[in-house]
Write a protein that binds this ligand. Structure first.
Ligand code: COD
Length: 298
């Protein structure tokens, strides 16, 4: 399956049962607007945990139907714990952050007794629809893992490949980005990329085709790759861009959003369920698309 637009994610969830999304500390106007729209479109069935009277007031503002499941827990930390426990006991398929800090939510997710650890690395994936590219492209990790080691990069690749596999792409093309496409012993990202490509060739990293190092231009432009005589199945047709570190990733993310006017959906992978962790500054559309993305990959 080759998804071209974020709205194509709808075709992945069509015909499936609605995913149960639990919103931790749900009295949050920005999150609730997107949740209400996704519920209206039949994508999710929400469970809202937080200050019940405030949630009800906000739902009224959104002209939401009156039949939402609400659990009254005004204390944000307790609301987060309840939400996490609903996921670990399989009562919910997706966790979403409401009016609570990212670190509070992540700490709960990583709690050793009742959190959502699976033994895998947690990583962030951003799925972009950008008019200059011929299909959706995933970029990871731009928000969680600061300076991933080789082992962390294996976790980041496995999470993102598993995610695209679940969206119907059974052999995604993974580009390991560096500043150049040649191995340079002074540039660690290129050394990691060469090792990871070889691990993929030997079957140590499966269900995908990996190549790197590739510079950004030859990862996303066939013409650019041909110009440099790069013979690669991935070059010019990448489905996933693996970033060397959070700084490069974050700058690319924001360049795509602000300069290329790209649309984006993001989730956290590697926990017992996908986590929607959008921020206040994200547009309503990004929040809606992130809920759709989480539902599609759950
Ligand atoms: N996956 C799985 N477990 C993890 C991960 C991970 N990515 N990170 C930490 N853990 C576990 C560790 O194994 C440990 O048991 C526990 O969590 C605490 O580990 P620390 O002390 O290394 O983790 P922290 O709390 O110092 O850092 C974790 C953060 C996610 C907070 C940190 O990586 C971070 O600040 N990331 C950047 C977030 C950010 O600022 N983003 C901004 C862009 S939007």
């Amino acid at each position: 399956m080759n998804l071209k637009q974020l709205s194509d994610l709808k075709s992945v969830v069509d015909g499936r049962s609605k995913r149960r999304i639990v919103v931790a500390s749900a009295a949050d106007k920005h999150s609730l607007g997107a949740v209400v729209n996704a519920a209206k479109d039949g994508i999710i069935e929400p469970v809202l945990i937080g200050d019940e009277s405030e949630i009800k007031r906000l739902l009224k503002e959104e002209s939401a139907p009156g039949d939402y499941t609400i659990i009254d827990e005004p204390d944000p930390s307790k609301a987060v714990r309840l939400a996490v426990q609903m996921v670990s006991s399989n009562e919910a398929d997706v966790l979403m952050k409401g009016n609570v800090g990212t670190s509070t939510l992540l700490k709960a997710v990583l709690n050793k007794e009742w959190g959502l650890r699976t033994g895998q690395l947690l990583s962030h994936i951003a799925l972009f629809e950008v008019s200059a590219y011929h299909k959706l492209i995933a970029v990871t990790d731009v928000a969680l893992n600061i300076a991933p080691t080789l082992q962390d990069k294996i976790g980041i690749i496995n999470n993102s490949v598993g995610c695209l596999n679940r969206l119907g792409n059974l052999n995604p093309k993974v580009a390991l980005l560096g500043a150049v496409e040649m191995v340079n012993e002074n540039m660690e990202a290129t050394l990691d990329a060469a090792l990871l490509s070889k691990m993929n060739q030997r079957g140590q990293i499966a269900n995908c085709t990996i190549d790197g190092p590739l510079a950004f231009d030859n990862a996303v432009s066939r013409e650019s790759a041909e110009h440099k005589n790069i013979n690669s199945d991935v070059a010019g047709d990448a489905d996933i861009l693996i970033m060397p570190d959070i700084e490069a990733g974050n700058v690319l993310y924001k360049s795509l959003v602000f300069f290329a006017r790209a649309s984006v959906a993001s989730v956290i992978l590697g926990a017992a369920a996908p986590i929607v962790l959008t921020s206040r500054s994200d547009s309503g559309q990004t929040k809606y698309d992130s809920i759709l993305f989480a539902a599609a990959t759950s």
